[in-house]
Design a protein around this ligand. Structure first.
Ligand code: ADP
Ligand code: MG
Length: 481
């Protein structure tokens, strides 16, 4: 009896471990799907089934050796990283040829759905995969489709991106002009490189006479490798060399991928020699892209190199204004300012935050307010938060009311100076753990009773004057940790 019981427990336990792994795996799969795209995912990654975990290693099964090798070289590192991010105890991924792992059954246990569910792999799977890969390749255009939202009209121009914008416009108007070929756009994540490339593509294809191929460097590599696997490299090369404009996004991805780089280099030369336009983007300038072959790097720097700088507060406001206006949902200027202050890293995040606010407003039919913003974006804002100091409070408050920072500790008592100083004291009390005497000292050695008075005065004013209250709230939220 006892033996049977523990046998049953072992099965139950093995199953629950499997369930947990399955949940992690399905999350990893959906990540992979968005990262590599539907076609690549279906062709290669969907064939993976998870096997057992042994210590810090998980086994993943693929039905054929060909698939196993391919997935290992192309996705091995990514799979390990994703598993490790899901389950930190897993540090390595072992790729094996095998069937999906059935849950261990104790001796004598009856057959059930877990054991019998797995069909044997089809014979001739390699040929099938090659055929499948080839038909996938043919079914889908060589290039990725252009996003209709990314046009010159929807691109907001400001100091940090005006040069890149002007170059992109120029290429869209007169492709293959000497001096602008290749056009090399570079800048940090989410600053508009892809947007500008799509804008060039849309503009050029509008007339219908120019053929444009846009793809990420990653896609370029997948296509290239898939072409090799399906023995159709000639087709691939011909297709590429027949376009008028070739755009390759995120070229940094080709670092370390020597064969693909080589192929790109030849394609590049063939196209430029034939008077076609190349547009390339990367996260760094050609000279900083170490790991790229020298001759490719040299050629990339031969045309026009344009960088997109980090956004300024002004540009962030303009972008938010334009996106808010396009959405049709009224968003108060204070909310836009707040977002532009808080989310400074890149435009994608800024846009994401605004979109979420707008979606909430639409869903619940509530107006967008500073309160609601704080609530709805709680998680995003928290990630951007940090400890606030009295010096920062003084600086922000002085900036807000346009007074000198030194007036925070000066003896001047004019209202225009004294009121902001009181607000700064109030915020110091609210946002830091400093005592009243400590705060007083930071404000030109004032007495703690002065600070107490400031706190009381600001509280009272906030109750009476809602515009003032909103100002203080805005400052508080900007500073809050
Ligand atoms: P990158 O390719 O440089 O990482 P993207 O072009 O994908 O960045 O831009 C990220 C998001 O931000 C996109 O939705 C894009 O439309 C938007 N975006 C970036 N810069 C601007 C801009 N100047 N005006 C309008 N939208 C922008
Ligand atoms: Mg991009």
């Amino acid at each position: 009896m006892t033996g049977e019981l523990s046998g049953y427990d072992a099965v139950a336990e093995a199953r629950s471990v499997r369930n947990v792994l399955d949940i992690h795996w399905s999350r990893i799969c959906s990540r992979l799907q968005t990262e590599v795209g539907e076609v690549e995912y279906r062709t290669w990654l969907k064939q993976i089934s998870i096997g057992p975990v042994d210590g810090d290693e998980i086994t993943l099964n693929l039905p054929t050796r060909f698939l196993r090798d391919w997935v290992r070289t192309q996705y091995g590192d990514r799979l390990s990283a994703l598993w490790n991010a899901e389950l930190p105890s897993i540090r390595r991924v072992e790729l094996q040829v095998g069937r999906p792992e059935p849950v261990a059954e104790p001796e004598g246990a009856a057959d059930d759905e877990v054991g019998s569910a797995d069909a044997a792999p089809a014979a001739g799977a390699v040929d099938e995969r090659v055929a499948e890969a080839r038909s996938e390749l043919n079914r889908h255009d060589l290039a990725a489709p252009l996003d209709p939202r990314f046009t010159f009209d929807t691109f907001v121009v400001g100091k940090p991106n005006e040069f890149a914008y002007a170059c992109a416009r120029r290429v869209a108007e007169r492709p293959s002009s000497p001096g602008f070929n290749p056009l090399f756009l570079y800048g940090g994540v989410g600053l508009g490189k892809t947007h500008l490339m799509h804008a060039i593509g849309s503009e050029l294809t509008r007339g219908g006479k120019v053929s444009v191929a846009y793809m990420s460097a990653e896609k370029f590599m997948y296509r290239f490798i898939a072409a090799i696997r399906s023995q159709s490299t000639m087709e691939f090369k011909e297709q590429l060399r027949s376009v008028d404009v070739l755009m390759i996004d995120d070229l940094q991805f080709l670092i370390g991928k020597d064969n693909t780089q080589e192929e790109f280099f030849h394609t590049f030369n063939a196209l430029v020699d034939a008077g076609r336009q190349i547009v390339v983007s990367a996260d760094k300038s050609p000279s900083d892209l170490s790991g790229l072959e020298d001759r490719l790097r040299t050629r990339l720097g031969c045309g026009m190199v344009a960088d997109i700088h980090a956004t300024t507060f002004e540009l962030r406001i303009s972008i938010l204004e334009s996106k808010a206006a396009a959405s049709g949902v009224p968003v108060p200027a204070k909310v836009l300012e707040f977002l532009a202050h808080k989310i400074t890293s890149n435009v994608r995040e800024l846009e994401g935050a605004l979109n979420r606010l707008i979606a909430h407003a639409n869903l619940f039919g509530r107006p967008v307010t500073l309160e609601a913003t704080q609530d709805v974006l709680h998680d995003i804002l928290k990630a951007h938060d940090r400890r606030v100091t009295i010096e920062e409070i003084q600086r922000k408050v002085a900036e807000h009311w346009n007074i000198r920072l030194t007036d925070m500790s000066s003896a001047r008592r004019a209202r225009a100076v004294a009121r902001p100083r009181q607000v700064a004291m109030y915020l110091a009390k609210q946002l830091t753990s400093r005592s009243l005497p400590e705060i007083g000292r930071k404000f030109g050695n004032r007495d703690h009773t002065t600070v107490m008075h400031a706190v009381a005065r600001v509280t009272e004013l906030m109750e009476r004057d809602s515009a003032f209250a909103e100002d203080v709230e805005l400052l508080r939220r900007m500073l809050e940790s």
